[in-house]
Design a protein around this ligand. Structure first.
Ligand SMILES: Nc1ncnc2c1ncn2[C@@H]1O[C@H](COP(=O)(O)OP(=O)(O)OP(=O)(O)O)[C@@H](O)[C@H]1O
Length: 303
């Protein structure tokens, strides 16, 4: 597939901190592309440069071979992490107001139906639940019928039910042929929604590809999770366990052999868990640290 969005050697520095450090990637048309990573990885800075909101210090972004220009903003829809809406307006009135900014805006009814706003479109937007508010913000991002939709951590803070509802909406919008660029901390969200991902850490892209292919490339076996305990030198050497969130993680192609070794070694198997690897495990494998730890450390490691 040919590239619709081409990002080359993009860089952004905030004083001593390199927030985005020479990253390059392509996004084909009509896919959902995910930028993943922990707090402070550089995801928002990257998409804000792609949206034309933040000026890069270096590198280039092309849309269908052209540099982003003023008129092209009509082709882009953005759902920010935080959007301040005018007090006292209903969702419908917000849609009408945003629509008035564009010559070819979609109609309110179409947006209300597309984003499932029927039950609360006439309520003051300040009274909406988190999930309802995100759906309204999504409708506002679609008001100009954009070709490309940017979603910056759209489900952060939502409960599991609201997240699933939102995922259904994203899939509907993708089916309309729009190209979606999404940032998220949630690896399960990326596995569910994204055709292609780039995992960022400390301003760099550390992995790139389709989620399933990336997992197949890095993990051939399963993950065994054990309680934190003192493991023998033999297990440490043969199984190379990694400690995350107070549990040992062992990646293995030979499940039976590894389990036998643990039993023979007298390891405490209470609460033992065997599962196939996911993107969280991939992140741990690539960086040696979990998603939560990484955000806390980034100030130091960026400097
Ligand atoms: N305007 C700014 N001035 C100074 N530093 C900034 C600015 N914007 C971002 N940063 C810093 O750049 C780094 C990357 O931030 P960014 O918001 O892009 O990360 P992120 O991956 O989107 O994180 P989060 O998931 O928390 O939104 C962070 O260390 C952040 O503090």
């Amino acid at each position: 597939m040919s590239a619709y969005i081409q990002v080359s050697h993009l860089q952004k520095r905030f004083k001593q901190l390199i927030a985005v450090n020479d990253i390059s990637f392509d996004v084909p048309q009509g896919i959902c592309f995910g930028l993943l990573g922990p707090n402070g990885a550089g995801k928002t800075t990257t998409i804000e440069m792609m949206e034309g909101i933040v000026t890069p210090d270096g590198g280039q972004i092309l849309y269908a071979g052209e540099v982003l220009q003023r008129g092209m903003n009509q082709r882009i829809g953005i759902q920010f992490q935080h959007t301040a809406l005018q007090d006292y307006l209903t969702g419908r009135e917000c849609l009408r107001m945003f629509g008035s900014f564009y010559p070819n805006a979609l109609g309110e009814e179409e947006l209300i139906a597309l984003c499932h706003l029927q039950d609360f479109a006439d309520q003051d937007h300040r009274k909406l639940s988190g999930g309802q508010k995100q759906r309204l913000l999504l409708a506002l991002a679609l008001v100009n019928d954009p070709h490309i939709l940017f979603l910056d951590e759209p489900t952060t803070g939502l409960d599991p039910h609201a997240r699933r509802n939102f995922w259904d909406l994203i899939n509907r919008i993708k089916a309309l042929g729009k190209t979606i660029v999404l940032t998220t901390h949630y690896m399960d969200e990326a596995e569910t929604l994204c055709d292609d991902i780039a995992i960022m850490d400390k301003g760099k892209i550390i992995a790139r590809g389709a989620p399933r292919e990336l997992l197949a490339e890095h993990f051939s076996g399963v993950l065994i999770r054990l309680r934190n305990q003192t493991l023998s030198a033999q297990i440490m050497q043969q199984c190379q366990p990694q400690l995350e969130h107070n549990h040992w993680h062992i990646h293995t192609d030979a499940v039976e052999q590894t389990l036998r070794l643990l039993v023979e070694d007298g390891a405490d198997l209470e609460g033992l868990h065997v599962k196939t690897a996911n993107l969280d495990d991939l992140f741990l494998k690539l960086t040696g640290h979990g998603l939560q730890e990484s955000g806390a450390k980034q100030e130091v490691s960026h400097a």
